[in-house]
Write a protein that binds this ligand. Structure first.
Ligand SMILES: Cc1cc2nc3c(=O)[nH]c(=O)nc-3n(C[C@H](O)[C@H](O)[C@H](O)COP(=O)(O)OP(=O)(O)OC[C@H]3O[C@@H](n4cnc5c(N)ncnc54)[C@H](O)[C@@H]3O)c2cc1C
Length: 466
């Protein structure tokens, strides 16, 4: 028998940080809110879960000090002392050496081969004149070369973006550079990394894993009257002038005055029956997938570092992190640690199809080749995640504009969040979007179009923090 329909002012699609932040704020204003989430638990990409009794994340996650004050204030109030301030302790592998991340000039000079540090220094000095009078760069590669010089472009960014996004830098858009690097000169990149002071050398992280952030937002939303339905996959969206209905895989209909979606925009185009031209544009918005390999070692600690970054293409992982080193928690077991390797990949490729044992062996071999300890794991788990990174291929702007323009014409519908806006954004950006959308909400849950357009223009300035 089909379950009876539910009714709310706003149905929020997706229980990642963006959806939960919006639900919390809307419910706090007295609106009736229902959140629909496909996964069995809340958190989206920012979720945490248990591996061998250790809370782990979907790869390395940190809450950055760039978090806007109203959002940070709410998270501090919800998490209290559990939101710890931690000192960063990471390393990057370059030219067969490890250098500190964020970088420090004395460390770079001490550790890199002299020819490489001399080339980096030359690029910083030449940065004042590079690209003067040249036309706007048309690719990521050109943008990075003009702004940061040929050494960082070829030794760091070229292999790293190819590993992350599956395309060489000459086939990626300069918009990727603006969103992920932001700095206009190599000097300013070094200054930003080095002189940012405490704010850049530290980060915030909850005692019980990064997922404690969305979990706390979900609890607060429920306490304010919202309903959060996990295990509820959205299968259809219908919005018109009279109302909105969302269908879930269990056959249930959810009626609302407005639909707030954080689902991937190409998926929305399918679920809401976009015309063929829009669906064709949506198909051109590619995303990268990731296999996360969790190795459990029977030791208190693997290394003292929180994360190791591997830009070089010969290493399959982009980053390896050790969750226990992100927090101080008596809940963590003393004699076990988990190491998480992030392997960017394509759905269906070798990595995607590999089982836990094979993936674990491949990661272990790679760690050993990079002079890192690779004890035999006592247990290995694998998680496969689709839609991890939007791929800003050349021309993606036109495809996104077509799908976005269509979605903006849907009555009673608003799309936001990292997947909703096909953005590389951090958690604090996703939460800033949720706050802005809630601020633009009318009493019936629909969003004021002018206020929302102003907020959208501000989101375009987001630059990702790593
Ligand atoms: C490897 C990695 C490392 C990262 N590190 C950091 C970091 O250090 N700091 C930082 O600030 N950010 C980091 N991020 C980014 C951060 O995870 C995201 O910004 C944040 O999770 C985005 O929140 P969101 O709510 O917009 O989207 P999501 O978290 O993607 O949430 C979308 C939700 O929609 C749900 N959904 C999808 N389809 C359906 C459907 N049909 N029906 C119902 N529900 C559906 C999904 O299950 C998901 O829960 C990282 C991301 C990755 C991939």
């Amino acid at each position: 028998m089909t379950p009876p329909p539910t009714s709310a002012d706003v149905v929020v699609l997706g229980a990642g940080p963006a959806g939960l932040g919006a639900a919390y704020r809307l419910a706090g204003r007295g609106l009736a809110v229902r959140v629909l989430e496909r996964a069995p638990a809340v958190g989206g990409l920012a979720a945490s879960f248990d591996v061998a009794g250790v809370r782990v994340d979907h790869g390395s996650h940190r809450l950055h000090h760039a978090t806007p004050a109203p959002v940070a204030g709410t998270l501090r109030a919800l998490l209290g002392d559990d939101l710890q301030v931690r000192t960063r302790n990471g390393r990057i592998r370059m030219a067969g050496r490890f250098v500190r991340f964020p970088p420090s000039p004395p460390d770079l000079v001490r550790r890199l081969p002299p020819s490489l540090s001399a080339a980096l220094a030359r690029d910083v000095v030449a940065g004042r004149w590079r690209g003067r009078g040249a036309s706007e760069p048309r690719t990521f590669d050109a943008a990075v070369r003009v702004a940061l010089g040929p050494t960082l472009a070829s030794r760091f960014y070229a292999p790293y973006v190819e590993k992350l996004f599956g395309l060489p830098p000459a086939q990626l858009s300069p918009e990727l550079f603006r969103r992920r690097v932001g700095a206009r000169r190599s000097g300013s990149l070094v200054r930003r990394a080095v002189a940012g002071g405490r704010a850049r050398r530290t980060f915030m992280y909850p005692r019980r894993g990064y997922g404690q952030i969305p979990e706390a937002l979900a609890d607060a939303a429920v306490a304010a009257g919202a309903a959060v339905d996990t295990g509820s996959e959205v299968t259809a969206i219908r919005c018109d002038e009279h109302g909105a209905v969302v269908e879930t895989a269990d056959g249930r209909h959810h009626e609302a005055s407005a639909v707030w979606s954080t689902l991937p925009l190409p998926l929305v185009a399918r679920l809401a029956g976009a015309p063929d031209g829009v669906r064709a544009a949506a198909d051109r918005l590619a995303t990268r997938a990731m296999v996360l390999v969790y190795l459990v070692f029977g030791a208190a600690r693997w290394t003292p570092y929180d994360a190791h970054y591997f830009p070089e293409l010969g290493v399959p992982m982009s980053r390896v992190s050790e969750p226990k080193n992100y927090r101080t928690s008596t809940a963590d077991p003393r004699d076990l640690t988990v190491v998480c390797a992030e392997v960017p990949c394509r759905v269906g490729d070798d990595w995607w199809r590999s089982g836990a044992q094979e993936a674990g062996e491949r990661v272990r071999d790679a760690l050993a080749r990079e002079s890192l300890p690779a004890p035999r794991p006592v247990h290995t788990e694998v998680r496969r995640v689709r839609d991890v990174y939007p791929v800003y291929a050349l021309g993606h702007e036109a495809a996104f504009a077509a799908v976005d323009a269509w979605a903006r014409t849907l009555p009673r519908f608003v799309h936001f969040g990292r997947q909703g806006l096909f953005a590389h954004d951090n958690t604090h950006h996703a939460l800033a979007m949720a706050w802005a959308a809630a601020d633009a909400a009318r009493p019936d849950g629909q969003v004021d179009a002018a206020a929302w357009s102003r907020a959208r223009a501000a989101f375009a300035a987001h630059v990702v923090e790593d």
